[in-house]
Ligand binder design. Structure first.
Ligand code: A3P
Ligand code: MG
Ligand code: MG
Length: 387
């Protein structure tokens, strides 16, 4: 705790007056109903992070899908070893370095002209969106009604009319990360290694499976989207572009790559539908990525089959299962949560952070840091955007 943190006495900020604003329920039964309006996000720009995690305002780290022959017919059984290189060709991003919204905010400051509001009586918003956040944060929100293991903490600041949402690592997530076993670490590596087998550096290039897997690197798309009355700017990491896509404009030409354990029983298949497909759908649907290519690995760590999942068809795959999930519940909850944030966070000040937290089985609640030492909107950004 910091000595700069002040308590919230009335002269600073009044406590929320409306008791209905105090907490938000997450149980799926509350959010059943029709699917809310969701506009297919449109790409406004992109950026890349290099092997040293340095930002570049271009697409230099975008990769291109280069699947093996036979994938279309479902005949491909590539046999790739996705554990290979773990010992000597793996550079891991330092996850103790918390970047927050850094790269998105960098992109925003470099592309301010694209985001300025069209003058309204109260003055323009420099970023004419209700929310700015990472796709990964929205994925967590979407999955909450069905999540029974991991809670989250989302820090929110209202600055010049826009709400910025950034994640804080929970104590449980920190412990889990620090106590990761070698086997878990290898599994994590294998997801990235799969990308090395499937992607090339140029549209007509070939994959280079002997390359170093460096998880500092990435390509991120920046998109504008809308969910019901909430407009947002969202950025998310994109695995690759399909050069042969029938619709060459982003995000329709993007492809998400995934790995999963080969399924050998109806029980494993059910659990794949209930848990994995939920997360896969949320992640890809949010950015409008239409296609997911999954590599299934056997216990020896080899990819034994490849399967395509159309994002738009995933909900049909899980619909028959009574204990399954409903995409409308995910989106209705997200809509409600964003509305809840708008009701709660009304102090427009970059030093004030509203910390929303949630644990499975509980409601979403919040606390306020009136002079936070963990800012969502850093001083450098305030200065840059005010110029
Ligand atoms: P898989 O997706 O094949 O599991 P993404 O799929 O989102 O593009 O992420 C690429 C890879 O990063 C994942 O591959 C996985 O290996 C690793 N990864 C991402 N998020 C993770 C998490 N929360 N826990 C463990 N591994 C993760
Ligand atoms: Mg990825
Ligand atoms: Mg992926």
């Amino acid at each position: 705790a910091s000595s700069r943190k002040r308590s919230l006495d009335p002269p600073d900020l009044p406590p929320p007056k409306n008791p209905h604003v105090a907490s938000l329920r997450t149980h799926p039964s509350v959010y059943q109903g029709s699917f809310p309006f969701y506009r297919l996000p449109s790409e406004l720009g992109s950026f890349s992070l290099d092997e040293k995690r340095c930002y570049h305002g271009d697409a230099r780290r975008l990769r291109f899908l280069s699947p093996p022959a036979g994938m279309e017919s479902g005949a491909a059984s590539p046999g790739w070893d996705v554990m290979e290189g773990f010992e000597d060709r793996y550079v891991r991003r330092d996850e103790d370095q918390k970047e927050g919204l850094l790269h998105i905010l960098t992109w925003v400051t470099e592309n301010r002209a694209l985001l300025r509001g069209n003058g309204n009586p109260e003055g323009k918003r420099p970023v004419d969106r209700d929310f700015v956040t990472w796709r990964g944060h929205l994925t967590k929100i979407l999955c909450s009604p069905y999540e029974s293991q991991e809670g989250w903490i989302l820090a929110v600041t209202l600055f010049k009319g826009t709400l910025y949402i950034s994640e804080r690592e929970t104590a449980a997530a920190y412990r889990k990360r620090k106590e990761q076993t070698r086997e878990q670490e290898k599994l994590r590596y294998s997801g990235y290694k799969f990308e090395s087998y499937m992607c090339a550096d140029s549209p007509d290039g070939a994959p280079c499976p002997t390359e170093v897997v460096n998880t500092n690197e990435g390509f991120c798309s920046v998109l504008l989207g809308r969910l019901a009355s909430h407009s947002f700017l969202v950025s998310g990491e994109v695995d690759c572009k399909d050069p042969s896509s029938t619709n060459p404009s982003p995000p329709s030409c993007y492809v998400e790559l995934k790995t999963s354990a080969e399924m050998r029983s109806p029980h494993q298949e059910r659990s794949f539908h209930r848990y994995k497909l939920l997360k896969w759908w949320c992640q890809s649907f949010l950015l409008g990525i239409p296609l997911i290519i999954a590599g299934f690995r056997n216990p020896q760590g080899r990819i034994v089959s490849l399967e395509k999942f159309r994002t738009s068809e995933i909900s049909r795959l899980v619909r028959g299962d009574r204990q399954s999930w409903d995409p409308a519940v995910c989106m209705n909850f997200c809509n409600a949560f964003l509305g809840y944030i708008k009701k709660v966070v009304t102090t427009d000040d970059h030093r004030v952070v509203f910390v929303f937290s949630w644990e499975p089985g509980e409601d979403v609640t919040f606390t306020i840091e009136a002079d936070s030492d963990q800012l969502v909107v850093p001083d450098w950004y305030v200065e840059a955007i005010s110029q």
